[in-house]
Design a binder for this molecule. Structure first.
Ligand code: PLP
Length: 353
């Protein structure tokens, strides 16, 4: 045994690290990144703006200006406060740190894997409630599980990753109403979704909404936000490391997120492309495409593993699932701009001959 193996918490030794697949020279359609970078007409001004960042100084610990920018971009009412994180992943971890040792975190299955991973890091228990065959919430079963297990924290991805659908709104309201847990509505895909729980924060003291800029074109900046009542955020803020949003992220986001019109337009392009890709993929009798309120599509196919490898051979990386996963017969495809989506469609057409 190596030194570190002897030294490390034994449960950490047995966790598999979050796997990021090799993507060099591949068309990346696996991680819901936006195909749109800094708009070319803004590049010069952007560089001038970030050149002013005083990298010798600590960043603004409160990220005050950036919060104002986010408030305008996401239309966050003045009565709510926000807590910023180095990606929403960091905020998921912060919420776990707010629990007592041994508390239970619940979510739905399949959903975002980080909820379970973070529970383990923080010495918490985790339990997923199985979604029904349409990947929606089975309300009576869920209420029963929640009432008997008494979780401290419930994560609900709305819309859900990796299934792409938005769960029944009223079922979620019912869950928020009945539980004593803090319910975190993870709206990473809010820009592609018809509905949001943002305004419900004023109705339920146990509700917070989590968002990120990763899925709207800025995954590289690592910025997420937790939105809640002033009282809730003031308490949770104590767990945040003081300078967690670095000065280049603050400066970049401050500049780039002003372009609300451009961001909304890009989301519109992707929403239209999602519809087109949905229709075109549905023509393949081998594929079953699931409805999506996100910038990706979940696709069922009996030969998912082989299709996944074949696409890589053709230079296209989509998300595959391991053989022991309940989604082993699925692939998940990020929706991109027309030229990239067409490349994907051509490769799938070639595969099925
Ligand atoms: C991508 C994703 C996140 C992670 O967002 P970051 O801000 O990049 O950490 C969180 N939740 C869900 C449901 C996601 O799909």
């Amino acid at each position: 045994m190596t030194f570190i193996e002897k030294w490390l918490r034994s449960d950490i030794k047995n966790i598999n690290a979050y796997h990021v697949p090799e993507s060099k020279n591949l068309l990346k359609l696996d991680a819901m990144e936006s195909p749109f970078g800094v708009p070319s007409n803004l590049k010069e001004e952007f560089l001038e703006y970030i050149a002013k960042a005083e990298v010798n100084r600590y960043p603004d610990a409160a990220s005050a200006q950036l919060k104002g920018t986010l408030r305008v971009l996401m239309e966050i009412p003045g009565e709510f406060e926000m807590l910023l994180g180095n990606g929403s992943d960091e905020l998921i971890q912060l919420l776990a740190l707010a629990c007592n040792e041994g508390d239970l975190i619940m979510s739905f299955e399949p959903s975002f894997v980080m909820y379970e991973m973070v529970s383990k890091y923080a010495h918490l228990r985790y339990q997923g409630i199985k979604l029904d065959s349409n990947f929606d919430i089975n309300l009576s079963e869920s209420i029963e599980a929640i009432n008997s297990k008494k979780p401290k924290l419930i994560f609900i991805a709305y819309p859900n990753n990796p299934t792409g659908n938005a769960f029944d709104y009223d079922a979620i309201i019912e869950i928020i109403r009945t539980t004593d847990a803090l319910v975190v509505l993870d709206e990473a895909y809010y820009a592609y979704s018809d509905r949001s729980f943002l305004s419900e924060i004023s109705n339920f003291s146990n509700l917070v909404v989590l968002r990120t800029i990763s899925k709207i074109g800025f995954a590289g900046l690592r910025l997420g936000l937790l939105i809640g009542s002033k009282e809730t955020i003031a308490q949770l803020n104590k767990l945040r490391l003081p300078y967690n949003i670095n000065i280049l992220t603050q400066a970049s986001a401050n500049f780039l997120l002003q372009d609300k019109q451009g961001i909304v337009k890009n989301a519109e392009i992707l929403t239209n492309e999602r519809q087109r890709l949905f229709e075109e993929l549905s023509f393949f009798s081998q594929l079953k495409v699931f409805p999506s309120q996100t910038n990706f599509l979940l696709v069922h196919c009996d030969d998912a593993q082989s299709l996944h490898s074949s696409l890589i051979e053709n230079g296209i990386l989509v998300k595959g699932f391991s053989l022991d996963s309940e989604l082993s017969n699925f692939i998940r495809i990020s929706v991109s701009e027309p030229i990239e989506n067409n490349a994907l469609l051509a490769a799938i057409k070639e595969y099925y001959g």
